[in-house]
Design a protein around this ligand. Sequence first.
Ligand SMILES: Cc1ncc(COP(=O)(O)O)c(C=O)c1O
Length: 343
Amino acid sequence: MIDLRSDTVTKPTKEMREAAFFTEVGDDVYGEDPAVNKLEEEAAAILGKEAALFVTSGTQGNQIAVLTHCRPGQELLLEAESHIFYYESGAVSALAGVQTRTIHGSKGAMDPQLVRSAIRENDIHFPDTGLICLENTHNRAGGAVIPIENMRQIYDIGIENHIPVHVDGARLFNAAAALGVPVTDFTQYCDTVQVCLSKGLGAPVGSILAGDKEFILKARKWRKRLGGGLRQAGMIAAPAYVALTTMRERLVEDHNLAKSLSDGLMDINGLRVVNQVETNIVVVDVAHLQMTSQAFVSELEKEGVLAVSFGPTFVRFTTHHQVSKQDIGRTIDIIARISAVPL
Ligand SMILES: Cc1ncc(COP(=O)(O)O)c(C=O)c1O
């Protein structure tokens, strides 16, 4: 099977498995797991923040950020197709008791002036705006990189209005790799950031939430409240360290494969590549094949290629380190064949 469903399907490399096997461990709830401590220190340094917290997933990292920044009854500003709004099971309302106010972005980027005008005035009728969330790269916008300048403008608006900015950076290292810049070029324009280690970087489990020391101290308590205080967590932190320190540079290879896939699919009659590929995601519209995305995905599966439905007629393909150039060539051939056969 050529698995292009997501970069989350990656399995740990030999080096990651060995790191898990040989690592020293301790009780991380007591702060005594050396592998977790080393990972958190390194992640904070790479992200240019004072402190970092190892969490089990991107969703947990984002939710802890919202819980730590906000109080119940506040309002969260975020992009209309962002993961926190679209794919986290309504957790911000269920857990943090905040309501959302969404802004439609262009390629995932919110217009700073719309963000400014969505901030609530001080009025007894209104909720207080508690947090602004950005997503970089933006998943539903096809892995689009949110420009650093856009982040700077929104961060400045946040500062002017005393509203913190959190970045869902599940794929922020893809954004940095795509622009060829250090990740701190992005993180300088946010208060807190969540980055996933188990997506393109290939770790089996885990994300990092980073911010200033005071924030991370409070976040650690929220993680404990959510049952996320783990004991000998070095077993997963050690491979996550390998992912963080050795897998970032190679993300451009995934981007090149996604570009090749997109170029190949553009030549196929009846298919429309929806996004301009910047990172590791390609989205196609199969509407002109008179097929639903579900039908297209199941035809693909019969031929040995896995992809995901991304809307009624949209299908998403994601490249990662377990996909080869040959896999992409085969995928293009298979899709050309499926698209040529009227069903
Ligand atoms: C942009 C974005 N944020 C957050 C997440 C959540 O990560 P996890 O699956 O580790 O909870 C994802 C997962 O795909 C994502 O794409």
